[in-house]
Design a binder for this molecule. Structure first.
Ligand code: ADP
Ligand code: MG
Length: 253
């Protein structure tokens, strides 16, 4: 297929990657809740694509086991449909992850297809308005694929001077390698205003969205639900909805 043809197929759909080089910074929490906001608040046909072999998003939202392994989808041995399951949230489907994509960087490298993820998303673009990618941590072939496939990268950052520096480094690296084509939206994650280091970091970047630390966020795995479904008025749910609104505004601008 011609290069431009993939772009044409992708035109109607928007892909948002929740990415950081670090683990444990709130990627999955943001991905699940932003996907909920897309499907419920914006009534978008939404797909949450779990790209992390730890499969936390799949554990939270999957209503049944998928027919295919995540690896077979990446290899294009099977249609992505075989790994897509419905969620309990209207308009939200899930492309499940499992241990078969442990070492996803090596898998992408062995395939030698720089736009494999983009190609797979083009196949899905007719059926979904929004695809959210819950990314594994790391800076390698997977993040390269994500950058080529996404329209926007949302990067959760725990407020601190060192996290801020790490963000600058990752941004410089991605910008260097990909000519800065994919915009990055930094978001303070797990922010605790009782801590002076968090307050200082937030004061240094007052324009960045802030997702507060909250116990409601930790209940997602036990409740198998997005926060908006069980604690819609909690500060963390309100912050996620505000963030989603800002993302939508930015994408449709
Ligand atoms: N805003 C938050 N408030 C409280 N706990 C959070 C928040 N965001 C994430 N967590 C918790 O922090 C841990 C790591 O979050 P997770 O979203 O899995 O990060 P990642 O996907 O980047 O590894 C999880 O136990 C999660 O429940
Ligand atoms: Mg995760």
């Amino acid at each position: 297929m011609r290069r431009g043809a993939i772009g044409a197929m992708l035109a109607a759909m928007t892909a948002i990657a929740i990415y950081s080089a670090k683990g444990g910074v709130g990627k999955t929490t943001l991905a699940v809740n932003l996907a909920w906001a897309s499907a419920v608040r914006s009534s978008r046909r939404t797909l949450l694509w779990d790209l992390d072999a730890q499969a936390a998003a799949s554990f939270i939202l999957a209503t049944k086991a998928a027919k295919a392994s995540a690896r077979e989808v990446i290899e294009r041995a099977l249609d992505p449909d075989a790994a897509i399951v419905p969620t309990a949230i209207p308009r939200l489907d899930l492309l499940t992850a499992d241990a078969s994509i442990r070492g996803l960087d090596a898998l992408f490298a062995s395939l030698d297809k720089k736009k494999r993820l983009r190609r797979l998303m083009a196949d899905l673009a007719r059926r979904y308005d929004r695809i959210l990618l819950d990314c594994p941590p790391g800076l390698g072939d997977t993040s390269d694929q994500v950058i080529r496939a996404a329209n926007l990268i949302v990067m959760p950052i725990i407020p601190s001077t060192l996290s801020r520096r790490a963000y600058e480094e990752v941004r410089a690296h991605l910008g260097h390698q990909h000519k800065g084509v994919t915009p990055i939206l930094p978001v303070f994650s797990m922010a605790d205003r009782r801590r002076s280091a968090h307050r200082a970091a937030i004061a240094a970047d007052p324009d960045w969205p802030v997702i507060p630390m909250a116990s409601a966020a930790e209940e997602m795995a036990d409740r198998h639900a997005a926060i908006g479904a069980y604690a819609p008025r909690s500060p963390v749910a309100v912050a996620v909805t505000q963030l989603w609104t800002a993302i939508e505004r930015r994408l449709t601008r």
